[in-house]
Design a protein around this ligand. Structure first.
Ligand SMILES: *Cc1c(COP(=O)(O)O)cnc(C)c1O
Length: 380
């Protein structure tokens, strides 16, 4: 039955996600509502009163994320002004002094900063790598397991279903940072996790022009705690960003399909190059993550990681690219690449490149990379 969200394909679901029932004379996607307060006479009965408590553009986009994260189920999503605001909302609204949280040792570069303020607030932080043979004894007495799979920037993958079972046996909540895969590539809640967190800044909005994030969960109490955190911390997204992100969702499936095809083509090209090592892409059949990734993911995301011989070589490569821009971030319509070592935070070799595939024609992208590698090699 095409009428139900669960029966539709990803492209159809992306176009329609969160859009209200058509109304005569109404736009398909209502525009940004610029209001800090709403008309609210007498007893407070309406959904919207003061814009920090709730906002109509949030509601529509939250419905959209819920439909994408768990098409068959009743879940709740809460939007935040960035991916990082979503991560801190989960950590701050659930963990208490004395609680134990297991964080990835190889994840997003801001997690070590979160570790510092968690510890300052009495939370005990354990670190564990994102690997198939994850040390499950790290989960003993834990209150929360934080998974980032695939991880940024090394694209390591772990078995979410297996780890979630091990965590639940020990009474720990499981949160998954799904920013790399997006809900079209991987559905953490359907793999058993309690919480899915995603940076909308990346592939979900896809145009490199806004910050946004969200959290999706099943538990009503948890969703209430997240909304209370948003209201009391005051970390609220603006209507323009929310509307732009919602508009961008319509092309999500199309963009991702091209990004993933481009990323795979680039990874396949690089594995055969003599001066390139440690090529990582979860969708590459020779990748150490491939068997787990292909079981739990529907597509493998826009990011490819690889290592060039040294810093100067990497700089020459980046400087010779004509289509691929040198920038941080990933998931945008334009391909970008950067030498991660320049940040001084990730544990990576000096020649480590994080590449994000855009939606350019595959042939053009491949040629740009082949030519830039040749230029980097020549001037050695
Ligand atoms: C970028 C990123 C974040 C943070 O998102 P922002 O929107 O930049 O705050 C969190 N997790 C992962 C895996 C990311 O790549």
């Amino acid at each position: 039955m095409l009428g139900t969200n669960a029966e539709r394909g990803e492209g159809t679901r992306s176009v329609r996600a969160g859009r209200p029932q058509p109304g005569i004379g109404e736009p398909s996607l209502p525009g940004p509502v610029f209001a800090s307060h709403f008309h609210a006479p007498g007893e407070l009965t309406g959904n919207y009163t003061y814009g920090r408590n709730g906002h109509p553009n949030w509601t529509l986009l939250e419905n959209a994320f819920s439909e994408l994260e768990a098409p068959n189920e009743k879940v709740q999503s809460v939007v935040f002004p960035s991916g990082m605001a979503s991560i801190s909302a989960v950590l701050m609204s659930t963990l208490r002094p004395g609680n134990v949280v297991v964080l990835p040792s190889d994840g997003f570069q801001n997690l070590p900063l979160a570790q510092a303020w968690l510890e300052a607030n009495g939370v005990i932080v354990r670190l564990a790598p994102t690997v198939d043979d994850f040390p499950v004894d790290q989960l003993d007495d834990a209150d929360m397991l934080w998974i980032e799979s695939p991880s940024n920037p090394w694209l390591n993958v772990c078995d979410i279903e297996r780890l979630t079972r091990a965590a639940h046996e020990r009474g720990a909540l499981v949160a998954v940072d799904n920013s790399l895969a997006t809900p079209l590539g991987q559905r953490p809640l359907l793999l058993g996790a309690d919480i899915s967190v995603c940076s909308v800044t990346k592939s979900l909005s896809g145009h490199g022009d806004l910050f946004l994030g969200y959290v999706t969960c099943r538990d009503n109490g948890l969703a209430d705690a997240l909304r209370l955190w948003r209201k009391t911390s005051g970390a609220i997204p603006g209507p323009m960003e929310v509307w732009l992100a919602h508009r961008s969702l319509a092309t999500l499936q199309l963009r991702l399909e091209r990004q993933c095809a481009n990323a795979l083509a680039v990874a396949q090209l690089l594995v055969d190059m003599d001066d390139v090592t440690s090529v990582r892409y979860p969708g590459l059949s020779c990748d150490p993550s491939y068997s787990t990734a292909s079981r739990q993911m529907k597509s493998f995301g826009p990011m490819v990681a690889f290592v060039l011989p040294d810093k100067a070589y990497a700089e020459r490569f980046l400087g010779s690219l004509k289509l691929v821009g040198e920038a941080t971030g990933f998931g945008g319509v334009e391909s970008t690449a950067e030498r991660r070592g320049r940040w001084g935070v990730d544990v990576v070799p000096e020649g480590f490149i994080r590449f994000s595939a855009g939606i350019e024609d595959t042939d053009d992208l491949v040629r740009d990379i082949v030519e830039a590698l040749a230029a980097a090699r020549l001037s050695r």
